[in-house]
Design a protein around this ligand. Structure first.
Ligand SMILES: [Zn+2]
Length: 231
């Protein structure tokens, strides 16, 4: 049986998670459990349901906290739009994307190590062009990849921002919001199992990413990681 918790003055979801579940990192579980999309928005007197330890299992791999970053991956198109912006408003009548989208939503963030471009391996990407809300997240992911000795598993960069229809379907790809990244595309084609390192997959999942390699059939996309789900 989940128990209730009434939010007190000075509480954060992290503090509540520490107090109730013994681990501040489990704040995302409380957020998800209560349908809270923005973990900063809780209020005094709010009743939260606290999942039991058993509800929180299995939760491998553990969520890694990034200082200054507390976004949980939005689930479904409505929440993606609420979190990362309504790109449809920026699509012109001729189907092209207004430059204002990039100007208002995207920025370049430095990566801890440069990655050769898939389409031109003599060149490397050292600054990732991504959604501004993920500017601290992507560098943290690659720092963790480096820290775990997995840098050699990242061979080529296949893209982050790309305004295009989702391949194999006609809805917009998460790349339109620049909240997805493709890695090692040469050996991880869509619809194949690919050869993505499971250790690299674990790192991305630890930061809340969904891996396209977990999708099924023709949608299986082992090069692809995105910071949103249910879409
Ligand atoms: Zn992709």
């Amino acid at each position: 049986m989940p128990r209730s918790y009434i939010v007190k003055k000075g509480d954060t979801l992290g503090k509540i998670a520490k107090k109730e579940l013994g681990d501040a990192n489990l704040f995302t579980l409380i957020a998800n459990y209560n349908g809270i999309h923005d973990p900063e928005r809780i209020f005094v007197g709010q009743r939260l349901e606290i999942p039991t330890k058993r509800d929180t299992q299995p939760q491998p791999p553990p969520i890694i906290m990034v200082p200054g970053f507390n976004l949980i991956p939005p689930s479904g198109l409505d929440n993606i739009v609420r979190t990362f912006g309504d790109i449809v408003e920026y699509i012109r009548d001729d189907g092209t994307l207004d430059q204002r989208w990039e100007d208002e939503q995207l920025l370049r963030t430095p990566l801890p190590f440069a990655i050769p471009l898939s389409w031109d391996p003599k060149k490397q990407v050292a600054n990732l062009y991504t959604h501004k809300k993920l500017k601290d997240l992507f560098p943290a992911v690659f720092r963790e990849i480096e820290r775990r000795g997995l840098k050699s598993q990242i061979r080529t960069f296949g893209g982050c921002f790309n305004f295009r229809s989702k391949r194999g379907g006609n809805k917009l790809s998460a790349h339109s919001w620049a909240v997805a990244i493709d890695l090692n595309p040469e050996t991880n084609r869509m619809g194949t199992s690919g050869d993505m390192s499971s250790d690299v997959v674990d790192v991305f999942k630890s930061f809340g990413f969904t891996w396209g390699g977990d999708w099924s059939g023709n949608f299986k996309d082992p090069m692809h990681f995105q910071f949103c789900n249910g879409y």
